[in-house]
Write a protein that binds this ligand. Structure first.
Ligand code: ADP
Length: 546
């Protein structure tokens, strides 16, 4: 027997409808790419998103067409997302930090028909536009007064373009499983892979993100999404904020410490989110200027592990709660957040920091398990680590055009490629990426743990640990080190420092000193390149395999 409740498809445009109806006057404040601060509100955002939808429709954009955006977090970018989704087309956020060849590859793979572009990126696009044959028109996110001379095909200023329609338009109707948005993973291994969000997954994910043990977002919040809309679906904030009717402050192109600080204080931001690098810049700036953060209540930090010192400084010096979060593009992206359950409510000091270093527990809508290589579930004791697998309504079930299928199993579990422990209360902690874990004599050694140990040495600037082939143990760890400027050190000095701080059989078999460690476009250590660099490396403990 079916329930007798209304079929109300979970469509993203309903989020902006709700915001405009019940929180219409709530501000959306942007540091515009042109310079000045621009204030608008949800009622206006919706009205203009309808114009975007109507104008796209007029240009022949139809259900399922991909429309790219190469843009910062601004009110116009938000309007574009809703306008695109509102006719059943798909916003495809392109990450400008990728190498130009990767952008070309992604846009061609997605077969984008149009592109919304911020002024900043016009010169970059002009260099590659002849390799983007599927794009029929570039809409430059500015007005006629700021429109540059450009060779981009059919280029038009956004304000003129939407000015050609009256906004008397209704959202299209379609199934909630229709694709809404698209985001490519940065492709640290092989080509980038397309993740295709649906209206239903986006709406559910935003509701999940707003829950009290997740981001606890409400209409009383002033939210500053520093995390770009072009990275991992903006961690859901482009939908969560309007869904709860929060005030939004958009940073535009400026994400340096001083610019972020100005927005945080000027607009009394209560909640913000970004990767650790952004907060490093802010904290350095605050240390110099002596600035305070009286209004900021909580900050979500994820994308890579949040350093202990960062959590401590935010909480002890500035009175800001840190919520360490883990997720990935394939998960819309939230997977877990580290908020305190009653079991940990009373702990303080270092013991509390130990918990806060974990990536946290999954909200409703994310199933999680750790397994060994043969898919056997491993115990939740906070020590044993295994492959981290997830399932849920906002988790990808395959990649665009069916690539990378090996990550998805027949029961719907997605292998995240991360290696983690789970503790007795369901708190997950990342110990490595599965491709980077060192498999020594059938046991696993965490490269991240060893790297963290090594960077604790006062002369070490950066450290990376990779597995090198070994005739007896399959693989043994090699520690690669960049020393701080002007420093010298010996292998024994470094290893002596690590001795006794990890299991004896985890100790690296050798140390290599280099001038530089390779990084990806999103700032992660490029272990693949490093492994290639050290292919055939002869460890002192054994003959290197070819
Ligand atoms: P990109 O490579 O473009 O940054 P993602 O944002 O999807 O793509 O990256 C997801 C990966 O980032 C995760 O699989 C994990 O390895 C890493 N990650 C995300 N959050 C954390 C965190 N809090 N701690 C450690 N690693 C993290």
């Amino acid at each position: 027997m079916l329930g007798l409740m209304q079929g109300w498809p979970l469509l993203c445009q309903r989020v902006v409808d709700h915001a405009a109806t019940f929180h219409g006057g709530r501000k959306v404040i942007t540091r515009s790419v042109e310079g000045p601060i621009v204030e608008t509100n949800y009622a206006d955002i919706r009205a203009r998103a309808l114009k975007v939808a109507q104008r796209l429709d007029k240009d022949g954009i139809r259900l399922g067409d991909r429309v790219a955006t190469l843009a910062w977090n601004t009110w116009r970018h938000l309007e574009c997302w809703y306008g695109i989704m509102g006719i059943g087309a798909i916003y495809h956020t392109v990450n400008p930090r990728l190498f130009p060849e990767q952008i070309v590859w992604i846009v061609n793979h997605a077969e984008d028909r149009m592109m919304f572009v911020d002024l900043t990126f016009v010169p970059l696009l002009e260099k590659i536009a002849d390799k983007l044959p599927t794009i029929e028109r570039y809409v430059i996110l500015t007005d006629a007064a700021h429109m540059p001379q450009t060779s981009l095909k059919n280029a038009v200023p956004y304000e003129d373009w939407i000015g050609e329609v009256d906004g008397d338009f209704a959202w299209k109707e379609f199934d909630e499983n229709t694709a809404a948005g698209m985001c490519y993973t940065s492709g640290t291994t092989g080509h980038p892979k397309g993740v295709l969000y649906s209206h239903r997954s986006n709406v559910l994910h935003s509701m999940i993100a707003a829950m009290p043990d997740a981001m606890a977002a409400s209409s009383r919040d002033v939210i500053l999404p520093v995390v770009p809309m072009f990275h991992a679906n903006c961690w859901g904030l482009a939908l969560t904020a309007p869904m709860v009717g929060a005030t939004v402050v958009m940073p535009g192109a400026k994400m340096d410490g001083a610019s972020i600080y100005e927005l945080l204080t000027q607009y009394k931001v209560s909640f913000t989110a970004a990767v650790p690098t952004v907060w490093l810049m802010l904290l350095q700036d605050l240390e110099k200027t002596g600035g305070k953060l009286p209004d900021l209540e909580r900050v979500v930090i994820g994308g890579s592990a949040c350093p202990r010192a960062m959590t401590k400084t935010f909480q002890d010096v500035y009175g800001v709660q840190v919520i360490h979060a883990w997720g990935m593009t394939e998960m819309s992206p939230l997977g877990s957040l580290c908020t305190m359950k009653p079991e940990y409510a009373d702990i303080t000091g270092d013991a509390k920091l130990d918990i806060e270093m974990k990536q946290g527990h999954p909200p409703f809508g994310v199933e999680m398990k750790i397994t060994d290589d043969s898919d056997k579930a491993l115990p939740w004791d906070g020590k044993v680590f295994g492959r981290l697998k997830v399932r849920g309504p906002a988790v990808a079930k395959s990649y665009y055009k069916g690539e990378g299928g090996e990550a998805f199993d027949k029961d719907g579990w997605f292998d995240t490629g991360d290696v983690a422990t789970m503790d007795q209360y369901g708190y997950m902690q990342i110990t490595d990426r599965s491709k980077d874990v060192i498999k020594s004599g059938g046991e696993w050694i965490s490269s991240i743990d060893l790297e963290n140990l090594a960077v604790g040495h006062p002369k070490v600037a950066e450290a990376a640990v990779i597995g090198v082939a070994h005739p007896k143990w399959d693989e043994r760890p090699l520690l690669v080190i960049v020393l701080k400027k002007g420093e010298t050190a010996t292998k024994d000095e470094i290893l002596g420092f690590m001795q006794g701080k990890c299991a004896k059989w985890w100790m690296p078999d050798d140390v290599a000193f280099v001038d530089e460690i390779p990084h990806t476009a999103t700032g992660k250590i490029q272990k693949l390149t490093l492994r290639k660099q050290f292919e055939g490396y002869r460890l002192p403990t054994g003959e290197a395999a070819e």
